[in-house]
Write a protein that binds this ligand. Structure first.
Ligand code: ADP
Ligand code: MG
Length: 289
């Protein structure tokens, strides 16, 4: 992994984060749990009584379908927002979960990324859309595609924070250095000067292997207090739930996956100003790059 000491968390007294919080869930590797973390953290935050918008900017549209929305039946999606300047409110759909809404994706978003390259202010198209609805939500969670292309760049410009899910497997940190470097680059470029990596979540933990513990230890050593204390276990229910279009808290609320993501959401939310005093561990920021 490349040297990311510049991003080592420090300064434990930066202060709690203000709502609304806009969090991009990113990791340019595919299949590492971005969508599972986006859907289930968003749903658990909504269950805490918060107003949550999940924005799907992955052309695979797994977050959209995973919340029970039929991708083919949609009249308006995030594609119209990014390409045609449609207001994001036009495409927002409600879900079965009270307080959780989705800005759905579209399979044609992959072509849109190419179109966007030639557009004016191409990096900040999502940011402009998000800024217009900020006051309607407590949390806006953005599920990123598995690349560092223009769609992820738009997410990182719209967000204030980045949440990185990391798989408890060999080569878990592979590519994370590149993502962190991109965060620094975006900050330095002035596109998003206060962007910070606020949470790292260890996912797909398999308690039967020593390897999983070693990886979690390595992640904690590297990223310190930025790592969420709750570790998400490998849990078959988490992989079944999207087939039924449900987040884990409704598909199987007593499953280990449901309990873990409820705890993850609580920890994330504990870093908010609205819960000041409850707990202040998750106030670490990243050194200015
Ligand atoms: P990404 O969005 O990074 O590509 P996903 O969230 O889609 O990754 O996860 C990849 C696959 O792994 C999916 O089939 C998902 O259901 C499954 N999965 C994710 N997290 C877990 C977990 N904790 N336990 C079991 N399966 C999981
Ligand atoms: Mg995904």
């Amino acid at each position: 992994m490349s040297d990311t000491s510049d991003l080592t968390p420090n300064q434990p007294d930066v202060g709690l984060r203000k709502l609304p919080r806009v969090i991009a869930v990113a990791n340019q590797k595919g299949g590492v749990g971005k969508t599972t973390t986006s859907i289930n953290t968003a749903a658990a935050l909504a269950q805490l009584g918060l107003r949550v918008l999940l924005i799907d900017v992955d052309p695979q549209a797994n977050a959209t379908s995973g919340l029970g929305i039929d991708v083919r039946s949609l009249e308006s999606t995030i594609l119209d927002v990014l390409i045609d300047d449609a207001p994001i409110s036009d495409c927002i759909c409600s879900t079965e979960i009270d307080g959780l809404q989705v800005a759905p994706s579209n399979l044609r978003l992959a072509d849109a990324e190419m179109t966007m390259y030639s557009m004016l202010a191409r990096e900040t198209r999502l940011k402009n859309a998000v800024d217009a609805v900020l006051q309607d939500f407590d949390y806006i969670i953005i599920d990123c595609p598995p690349s560092l292309g223009l769609l992820t760049l738009n997410a990182l410009c719209a967000a204030r924070e980045v949440l990185i899910p990391i798989q408890c497997e060999y080569f878990a940190l592979e590519g994370v250095g590149q993502l962190l470097e991109n965060v620094l680059r975006i900050r330095r470029s002035g596109l998003n000067p206060t962007l910070e990596v606020s949470s790292i979540v260890c996912v797909m933990y398999d308690a039967r292997t020593n390897l999983a513990d070693e990886v979690v230890g390595e992640i904690r050593q590297h990223f310190g207090e930025t790592v969420i204390k709750t570790v998400v276990p490998r849990n078959i229910k988490l992989s079944e739930a999207p087939k039924y279009g449900m987040p884990i808290i409704t598909y199987d609320p007593m499953s280990r996956g449901a309990i873990a993501y409820t705890d993850v959401a609580q920890e994330v939310h504990n870093g908010s100003q609205s819960t000041a005093g409850e707990r202040a561990q998750f106030t670490y920021s990243w050194r200015n790059g």
